[in-house]
Structure formats: structure tokens, C-alpha cells
Design a protein around this ligand. Structure first.
Ligand code: T1G
Length: 692
């Protein structure tokens, strides 16, 4: 943190210098307050300019990592700092070059003037953290740009770019070129024209009826935001400001905000490799190739095109290649039709994907991702060919979701450059990317693809190779418990609804229908052999053996009348389940939704803990990042291990012991790691393994 204080032509330059994004930590707030006071006492100063360092952000807002500590309100609080700026006898300019988000934008709103560079993005994203703007944003923004645009910005949490900010009146100018110099000149011209301090508007804003909240958006924070924005219309400024402050404090203490903040950091912490040697640098990745133009291969190629890469898409089968390209074109055309993409952007992305049918054409790629048929023999042929054809420095990745990366690496002479890049379908949409390290995978290769994940807008999570890596391994235990609950008396719809009402995007049995019952069936046959002590319920197999494929076949666990995608309970399946129970002497019993949810969540937690014990997952928050971004786990619950922490580890141990007494000892036996953490009063979601 520098306490830089520089005066240029009467303009005091106060930098926000807290890398990487100038979060408004207590130290930075204190430094700004001290330098502000110095400016006001310096007769040579006629104007004060705040600007961020590092060229990435003006400020990304309050320091979220301070929230659970006294530092977040330690004097000067952000609100009091903003008050001092607003009351300054000298004009203050916020020179925004990069992100101005949350408290960073509120700081700028407290300034008398604002200018931005063309690359800047300004927003109040607090809603994504289960919060509302807590430093005057709900009162100042409506007064500056109007109630409706302000309310929409805060409710969506979406930032606006510099041009939109100018049009809204959020900034007074957009400057190009050497931003810092341009800002100084802009400010000097303003002062020379006789303008100076600009009183912020504190009169109630024009009456505007706010749009109603939809069910989907009506979270605690959204309702609180609405109350505060309505107060900006009907209440005096100071009364409404006090309401905002009290409302923010309540939300900050809420479990929902704690979970959302945990998810925020979990996704970013995952990008750091434990045990990494200092100084390990990422490798250059310029040319990308994808082998296999099926659903996954085409989707992966689109991920790269969307991120601005040129990408070769190779398929030795001309029909598959043609189908893949047609799918890609169709997908972009759909986005244009929905207004999500311009025609030019769509055409540009299609051009970035270069079709090929021979391996020689991709020999110079820096990274190649294989997405061919999920059979080890097929992978062997492909990786032996890649190893022979690709330049020596090329990285070879497999998109496999079930096969062992060490076996695949063994097909090559470069095991240190072989890894898994497990994309989730549909690849351009799902944020999760499991990065599977083989025993030989080099650290610099992992650092390279962790950076790549961020460039692709994905959440990269490192897993060691093992059956199902992190997500699918946990998912199988979750689905297994769902299958047993149905055998014991619950209906498929009750299991799904209980979990959806709890917050999952979709229940596990509906997901099984969506993924294709044949896919699950073949995985289970292998699991019966590999894990004979883990009992699945056989009614699921019977549905597949009856030839039902799930949604793609029009019927599965559920019926899908007239091609609808909405599942309907099917009496045929209920009869099949009843028959299965009769054959196995099962007397169906009723289940409460709470019991269903508790058992399925405990299955996720106990398997997640085992992944930590085995070193398959690096840290507890990585497990949460996987389930938040690849399996529809509700963000407001923070992830399987975070929610287990909130419910209490001793209570989890007691439940597991009860379950082990009633059914399968090995699966439900409380893992040693869980007992140790509970004994120490530590948490699962903060646990970190040894790394290497
Ligand atoms: N506080 C603390 N750390 C932060 C941070 C923040 N606000 N924002 C980012 N980081 C860390 C992040 O954890 C990562 O750490 C590094 O910076 C780079 O982040 C009163 C109360 C700005 C768009 O919600 O949206 O203000 O991994 O990987 O992809 O009303 O960061 O390097 O150790 O995301 O270039 C409101 C949150 C706060 C903005 C940059 N502000 N940040 O994206 O980098 S609440 C936000 C972001 C508030 C006031 C309220 C993004 C970004 P590490 P990154 P990026």
C-alpha cells in the first residue's frame, strides 16, 4: 500500500493502491482519509483526483474478506469516508479506469465528478453476495440516474460499460488515450471553467413505481433492496440512508450472504494449486485443437471461440465433422435470434473454428483436447497418434469423464504434459471445468490450464485422477441414496421435489432422465463390479432393461407427454417400483421431505470428505466450487461441505453413526478427517490438504 500523494498543476492525485483490484480494505480507507485531510490543508491543491492503480480496477468494492471481522467497519468506515469526500471544500473527481464495483462505485458516487476510460465497467453487484449496496448506493444512484435504471442495475447486479454510464449520467465523461493525463486535463478544464464542488442531490427522487419482484428474483436481498429504493422516493435522504445501513447490517449477518461470499472465494481459491513451487510460470497457449466433433467436442471448440481463440476442430469422419460444424452454426444462429449475439460476432466465431480431418493439420497446436468416444481403446489410438504427430511441447488433454488419466498418459512419451480437462455439457454454458492431474502431470501445465479456465470464463478445479474425479463421484452417491429412498417408500417425484424445493436446480432422478438412462445404466454395471459393498436399488436398472432411455426416448423414470420436457409421474413406473418392492419384501414407508434432503446431503458430504482424505480434491472449498458450478447446488447454501459446516459437524457425525447402524456400515461410517476436524472445531469448507 503506497501512501502516494502527488500534486500536479494543483490537482492532488490520490491513488487507490491495494492489488489486485484495489478492494477498500481498512488500510486503504485509512490511507485515503489521511491523504484527503492533507489535501484539504494544502493551499497548493485546487482539486482532488482519486484513481486506481494497476490498470485493472478503480476499485472492486469493499474488501469482502474483511466482512467477518471488525475491520470491515473499523474507522473510517466506507460510509464515513464517502461522507468526508462529499463534504469536501475542494472538488473531488473519481477517475475510473477499469472496474468500479460495489463500494468502489459508491466511493465514486460520493465524489463531485466522475470520468471513465472506455474499458471501464461500473456496477453494484452486491445482490450476488446476498447483500445490497451499503455505502449510500441505494440512495445516490437513483438520484443520479433515475429510479428505474438504478433499481435495475442493483437488482440484476450487472455492470454497465463506459458508454452506457455516460448515457445514464453516471459519469460526466469517457476519456481515451493516456487516461491519467486525460483525466488531469479534463479536471483542469472543468476547474478553469469556474466549476468546482457539486452538491450531491439529496432531494427525494421523481416518483416511479418499481416493477414487482418475480418469484425467481424475490430473495431476501432483493426485497430489502426494493424497500431501500422505495425509501429513496418517499423518505428524506438521511432517514433512507439509515434504513440502508441497518438493512445492510442485517443481510451481512445472514446465512445466505455468508454462503454466497463463501462461493465467491471458493471459485477463486480453486485457481491456486496447493504445494506449487514459487515462480512456476504458465506456458504460452496460442493454438488450440479439439479432436472429435461430437456434442462435447463442438461445445468445447465453441468455448474457445467464445473466448477469442482460433481453434482447429478435427474429426477423421467427414460426416461427424459436418454435423459438428452445423451444430455450431445452428447454436450461434439461435443466440443471434435471441438477441444474445450480433450477426457479426456470430459469424466471426464460426470463422474462428477451423475444420480439419487429418492430424497433421493440428501438429503445431499448443494444446489439444480429445473428445472422442468414451472407450479406453479408442483413447489409446488417439493419444498414440497425437503423441507421434504433435510438436514436443504440446499439451495433450482428454475430456474423459470416467477414464483414468494415468492410463491415458501411459499411451504417450510425454506423461508430464497429459491431463484431463473435463468439461460439462453443454460446454459453452456450464462454468465448471475439472482439471484432472495425472501422477506425472507437471505443475506448470496445471498452472497453465488454471489460467486458461479463467480466460474461458470457467471455474477450474484441480482433481487427482480417480473414478468420477470429484463431481461425478459425489453425484453417484447422491443418486444412489435417491434410488434407495424410492425403494424404501418415497416416490421419484417426491425425492426430486424435496431436493428442488430445498434449492437444487433439478432433482437427481430428473437429471438421470435428462442425461440418458442408458448412460447411467452402463456406469452402474461397472460400479457393481468395482464397489460390490455399495448397494444400489435395482428398480433403476429395470427401467433401462425395459428399453426406456429417459427424456431422449420420450419416457424414462418419468413420462414426457407429447414430447414435453416436463416430467410427469408414470403409473407404469410406479407399478414397476411396487413390483420390485414386493419381490424384495420391502414394506414401503413414508418419508418427510426433510428426511430425503438430509440423507442425500449427507451422502454428498461424506463422499466429499473422503475425496479430501484421499487427496483427490485439494481443499474443502474446491468440493463446494465443483457442486456450485457443475451440479446445480443452490448458491445460497454455499456448497455441500459449507452447508455441512453450518449444520454442525458433531450433528453430522451423529447422523452418520445412526445411518451406519441402520444400513451400510462402510459408506456411512464417519470418516477420520471429519472426526478430527470436529474435535478441533475446524470446518470442512476451510480444510486444505498437503497439496502435492
Ligand atoms: N474483496 C476482496 N477480494 C476481492 C474482491 C473484493 N471485493 N474482488 C476481487 N477480489 C480478489 C479475488 O478473490 C481474487 O483473489 C483477485 O481479487 C482477483 O479477482 C459497501 C459491501 C473485480 C470483476 O462483488 O467481481 O462493496 O484469487 O479472480 O476475474 O456496498 O473480482 O487473486 O487471491 O475475480 O479479473 C462488491 C467482486 C463487494 C466485486 C475482477 N464487489 N469482484 O475479476 O479477477 S461488497 C464485488 C469481482 C461491497 C459495498 C459492499 C471480480 C472483478 P486471488 P478475480 P477477475
Amino acid at each position: 500500500m503506497t501512501n502516494m500523494y502527488e500534486v500536479r498543476a494543483g490537482i492532488a492525485l490520490l491513488t487507490l493502491d491495494n492489488p489486485p483490484v484495489n478492494a477498500l480494505s481498512h488500510a486503504l480507507r485509512r490511507s485515503l482519509a489521511e491523504r484527503l485531510a492533507r489535501c484539504l490543508a494544502d493551499p497548493s491543491v485546487r482539486g482532488i483526483m482519486l484513481l486506481g492503480t494497476g490498470g485493472r480496477a478503480f476499485s472492486a468494492g469493499a474488501d469482502i474478506s474483511e466482512f467477518d471481522s471488525p475491520a470491515s467497519q473499523a474507522d473510517p468506515s466506507l460510509s464515513s469516508l464517502i461522507q468526508r469526500i462529499k463534504n469536501s471544500s475542494l472538488p473531488v473527481l473519481a477517475a475510473i479506469d477499469g472496474h468500479a464495483l460495489g463500494g468502489g462505485l459508491e466511493l465514486a458516487l460520493g465524489c463531485h465528478w466522475r470520468v471513465a476510460s472506455g474499458k471501464s465497467r461500473l456496477g453494484l453487484p452486491e445482490i450476488h453476495l446476498g447483500l445490497i449496496p451499503g455505502a449510500g448506493g441505494t440512495q445516490r444512484l437513483p438520484r443520479l440516474i433515475g429510479v428505474k435504471p438504478a433499481y435495475e442495475m442493483m437488482l440484476s447486479g450487472r455492470p454497465v460499460d463506459a458508454e452506457r454510464a455516460l448515457a445514464l449520467g453516471l459519469v460526466d465523461g469517457v476519456l481515451e488515450g493516456d487516461f491519467r493525463e486525460q483525466a488531469i486535463h479534463w479536471f483542469l478544464a472543468l476547474l478553469d471553467s469556474g466549476r468546482g464542488v457539486r452538491p450531491s442531490r439529496e432531494q427525494p427522487v421523481a416518483e416511479d413505481a418499481l416493477p414487482p419482484l418475480s418469484d425467481r428474483t424475490s430473495t431476501h436481498a432483493a426485497q430489502a433492496l426494493r424497500r431501500c429504493v422505495e425509501a429513496s422516493i418517499h423518505q428524506p435522504f438521511d432517514v433512507a440512508l439509515q434504513l440502508e445501513r441497518e438493512t445492510f447490517a442485517t443481510l451481512e449477518q445472514s446465512a445466505q450472504s455468508a454462503a454466497l461470499r463463501h462461493g465467491f472465494f471458493a471459485e477463486r481459491r480453486a485457481s491456486h494449486l496447493l504445494g506449487l513451487e514459487a515462480g512456476t510460470r504458465p506456458l504460452p497457449l496460442r493454438q488450440i485443437a479439439v479432436v472429435g466433433a461430437g456434442t462435447m467436442g463442438s461445445g468445447i471448440a465453441m468455448c474457445f471461440a467464445n473466448a477469442g481463440f482460433a481453434v482447429s476442430l478435427l474429426d477423421v469422419n467427414p460426416d461427424s465433422l459436418a454435423r459438428g460444424l452445423s451444430t455450431i452454426r445452428q447454436t450461434y444462429e439461435d443466440q443471434v435470434r435471441k438477441g444474445r449475439l450480433s450477426v457479426e460476432a456470430a459469424e466471426g466465431r464460426v470463422r474462428q473454428i477451423e475444420p480439419h480431418s487429418g492430424f497433421e493439420a493440428i501438429a503445431d497446436a499448443d494444446l489439444v483436447i480429445e473428445a472422442v468416444f468414451e472407450e479406453l481403446a479408442v483413447k489409446q489410438t488417439v493419444f498414440e497418434t497425437l503423441d507421434r504427430v504433435m510438436k514436443p511441447s504440446a499439451l495433450l488433454a482428454s475430456n474423459t469423464s470416467t477414464l483414468d488419466i494415468d492410463s491415458i498418459a501411459g499411451f504417450t512419451q510425454r506423461p508430464g504434459q497429459v491431463l484431463g480437462l473435463h468439461f460439462f455439457s453443454p460446454a459453452p454454458v456450464m462454468r465448471l471445468l475439472e482439471i484432472v492431474r495425472g501422477r506425472a502431470t507437471r505443475d506448470d501445465v496445471l498452472v497453465t490450464v488454471l489460467d486458461l479456465a479463467k480466460t474461458l470464463g470457467k471455474v477450474g478445479v484441480v482433481a487427482r485422477s480417480g473414478d468420477g474425479f470429484i463431481g461425478n463421484r459425489m453425484w453417484h452417491q447422491y443418486l444412489r441414496q435417491a434410488s434407495l429412498l424410492v425403494e424404501e417408500g418415497a416416490s421419484p417425484m417426491q425425492v426430486d421435489r424435496a431436493l428442488q424445493d430445498w434449492g437444487f436446480a433439478m432433482g437427481p432422478l430428473r437429471v438421470a432422465d435428462l442425461a440418458g438412462l442408458d448412460v447411467g445404466y452402463s456406469i452402474r454395471q461397472r460400479q457393481y463390479r468395482d464397489y460390490p459393498h455399495q448397494r444400489w436399488s435395482g428398480w433403476l436398472d429395470r427401467i433401462s432393461e425395459a428399453g426406456r432411455l429417459g427424456l431422449k426416448g420420450g419416457q424414462g423414470i418419468y413420462a414426457y407427454p407429447e414430447g414435453s420436457r416436463q416430467p410427469a409421474e408414470d403409473p407404469v413406473i410406479q407399478a414397476l417400483i411396487d413390483e420390485f418392492r414386493r419381490e424384495h419384501g420391502v414394506v414401503a414407508r413414508s418419508f418427510s421431505d426433510e428426511e430425503i434432503v438430509s440423507r442425500c446431503l449427507d451422502a454428498l458430504s461424506v463422499e466429499g470428505i473422503r475425496l479430501l482424505e484421499e487427496g483427490i480434491a485439494q481443499r474443502g472449498s474446491d468440493v463446494d466450487a465443483v457442486f456450485l458450478n457443475g451440479y446445480g447446488f443452490p448458491r445460497a447454501q454455499g456448497g455441500p461441505l459449507f452447508q455441512a459446516d453450518q449444520a454442525g459437524l458433531p450433528a453430522l457425525i451423529s447422523r452418520l453413526k445412526l445411518r451406519a447402524a441402520e444400513s451400510e456400515v462402510p459408506f456411512w461410517t464417519p470418516p477420520r478427517l471429519l472426526c478430527n476436524l470436529a474435535q478441533r472445531g475446524d470446518s470442512l469448507s476451510a480444510y486444505e490438504g498437503e497439496g502435492r
